[in-house]
Design a protein around this ligand. Structure first.
Ligand SMILES: O=C[C@H](O)[C@H](O)[C@H](O)COP(=O)(O)O
Length: 230
């Protein structure tokens, strides 16, 4: 059943189910976005009930939410590995992801890659047979013209992400800009991910290939299907 009821029940079910995996003593990667937010709130409730965990935030949003929920935080700069990372996705196909709808993918990739167990949380509207969602590409502001050309050469259609309720572009938590780059159906996500990583001026792109360990998919009726992906 597609989660089209607009209540966010699928996101909530997925986020909370992942938060329930966390054990005493874990350092938890706290993803960004509306689905990961449910996991952070649930973790906060578990901390209130006595769970002893610490979190590492991937954005201003997840840091502020964790503080509000009462999840103690460590700074990413001091973290070498993470026990469990819980993070959302804009599209999921065969365990590979497009992320970065909230422009947080650079720090998310650092945290999710450092995790022993990376759990993706999504409602079933995010599932696809193949990745085709535009790929967010964070770029150094002064490299925007050269990166735009390189993305076109790679077969993409880059669009500078515009801010809402501010004139001009989105500026990331790291002070950079973001292109949303459509590539149509991405036949070889691993190859494209490698190509994008080699473009000078690209800070990070939103293709997460071979990183996820499991996916929790929530449905509108509050059910969750869990799938291991490696
Ligand atoms: O930059 C944002 C992140 O990659 C999010 O995890 C992703 O956009 C999914 O967000 P949401 O759970 O709100 O759909």
């Amino acid at each position: 059943m597609k989660n089209t009821d607009g209540t966010g029940a699928g996101k909530r079910a997925a986020g909370e189910s992942a938060a329930d995996l966390v054990s005493d003593g874990d350092l938890v990667g706290l993803g960004t976005g509306s689905t990961a937010a449910h996991a952070i709130r649930r973790l906060g409730a578990r901390v209130d009930a006595g769970l002893d965990v610490r979190g590492v935030a991937t954005s201003y949003q997840s840091r502020d939410l964790a503080r509000e929920a009462g999840v103690p935080l460590e700074s990413l700069a001091d973290v070498r590995r993470v026990d469990v990372a819980i993070d959302g996705a804009d599209q999921v196909a065969d365990g590979d992801l497009v992320k970065g709808g909230g422009a947080a993918h650079a720090r998310e990739k650092v945290v999710d890659s450092a995790a022993d167990r990376f759990v993706v949380v999504a409602d079933d509207s995010k599932l696809a047979d193949a990745l085709s969602h535009p790929v967010p590409v964070e770029v150094l502001p002064d490299a925007r013209a050269t990166v735009r050309e390189a993305l076109r050469d790679a077969g993409g259609e880059p669009e500078l992400r515009a801010a809402e309720r501010k004139d001009g572009p989105v500026v990331t938590d790291n002070g950079n800009l973001v292109f949303d780059c459509a590539f149509g159906t991405i036949e070889d996500p691993g190859g494209l991910a490698r190509d994008l990583s080699t473009v000078p001026g690209v800070v990070e792109h939103g293709l997460f290939v071979g990183l996820a360990d499991e996916v929790h998919v929530g449905t509108a009726d509050g059910g969750v299907a869990t799938r291991s992906v490696r």
